[in-house]
Design a protein around this ligand. Structure first.
Ligand code: ADP
Ligand code: TRP
Length: 319
């Protein structure tokens, strides 16, 4: 199956991104034809600083390659290196009813948070539809928060095909729900926009400091605690083996355990878990020519597919 996935270069990637999306995407590449890209056009909707954006793009590339993206097998590129996507976005915009976009909850959420929306943010789902449809993607693995965007993509493809004849492939979503939402250090969903993340490629000291900051309740040390209500335990589930996890579960329930102890262990486990990836990332940081080469080769492969779709689409609409 052709699997497509995009990730925004909007800040340091964190363990919520990894356990919530990237790890599953990396698994999927083994048995599928992977098309993975860095969604830099999407990142522009939040008006990033240009220097920061440039750095974030390279950081995502380094992170993904360090975490195991197989650049031989999987097509990996920078969205803006394939400008055909923006042409397709325009053509799709012209079959997209306003109401469809007005119903999108991620847009409404951002406006509710006080963000002054630009047209790009409103049109964001159409750009995402173009990403997916340009490559005739069959499967799009996304977190639950993105499910609506895949439905919108299917709707847009349907409108297009009904109007101009069968041209575009309707994708299936593949909801990555094997891991519940990963909590951040303040207990809310871990997110770059909440400044509550544990970034796996931070230095060991910083990681420890961040993990020690995780918010817990004020149950005294001697009293029993409910692991299922604890942010530290939720994170421990991601990195601890089964036996160790059930030991901690017992300690929580028995009382006599301080949150400081479990946090310390969590920090060790997170550091251990990402150690080989951190080493790989350092290697890649010293070999940026290789990384840029991967993205350029990926862009050529992606372009070839997108151009073919664009030819069909232009012909279908009469251009
Ligand atoms: P952020 O909220 O940090 O900006 P994104 O919205 O860019 O993260 O998310 C990129 C991917 O990572 C999405 O597929 C999303 O579902 C997943 N993801 C992000 N944060 C979490 C989380 N806390 N738990 C699980 N998955 C997450
Ligand atoms: N909107 C997605 C996110 O924030 C990123 C993205 C852009 C994407 N284009 C895509 C994901 C196409 C899947 C398919 O996570």
């Amino acid at each position: 199956m052709r699997v497509l996935s995009g990730i925004q270069p909007s800040g340091k990637l964190h363990i919520g991104n990894y356990f919530g999306a990237m790890r599953q995407n990396l698994k999927l590449q083994a048995e599928n034809e992977g098309f993975y890209f860095i969604a830099d056009y999407h990142a522009l909707t939040s008006n990033p600083d240009p220097t920061e954006l440039r750095q974030n793009i390279i950081d995502v590339a380094l992170d993904y390659l360090a975490l195991g993206l197989d650049a031989e097998r999987t097509v990996f590129w920078r969205q803006s290196d394939v400008p055909e996507i923006t042409e397709l976005t325009w053509i799709l915009s012209c079959v997209t009813p306003m109401g469809l976009l007005q119903r999108c909850t991620s847009y409404k959420d951002k406006v509710a948070q006080g963000l002054t929306p630009n047209h790009g943010l409103f049109a964001y789902p159409v750009l995402q539809a173009a990403d997916i449809l340009a490559f005739h993607s069959e499967l799009v693995p996304v977190g639950a928060d993105q499910k609506q965007h895949i439905e919108v993509t299917r709707d847009i493809a349907g409108y297009f095909n009904n109007t101009y004849g069968e041209t575009l492939t309707l994708p299936e979503d593949h909801i990555l729900d094997s891991v519940a939402v990963v909590p951040g250090v303040d207990g809310r969903k871990m997110s770059k926009s909440y400044d509550n993340t544990i970034a796996m490629f931070d230095g060991e000291k910083k990681l420890k400091k961040t993990i020690m900051r995780i918010v817990t309740d004020s149950t005294p040390v001697e009293e029993p605690k409910d692991p299922e209500k604890c942010n530290v335990f939720a994170l421990l589930k991601l990195v601890a083996g089964e036996d160790e996890l059930s030991e901690w579960e017992n300690k929580y329930k028995a009382g006599g355990m301080g949150y400081g102890d479990v946090k310390k262990r969590l920090a060790e486990l997170v550091i251990e878990y990402f150690r080989p990836y951190r080493e790989k990332r350092l290697e890649l940081e010293n070999n940026l020519d290789y990384v840029n080469g991967v993205l350029e080769k990926g862009a050529q492969r992606a372009k070839a597919v997108a151009q073919k779709t664009l030819n069909d689409v232009r012909k279908a609409v009469g251009l």
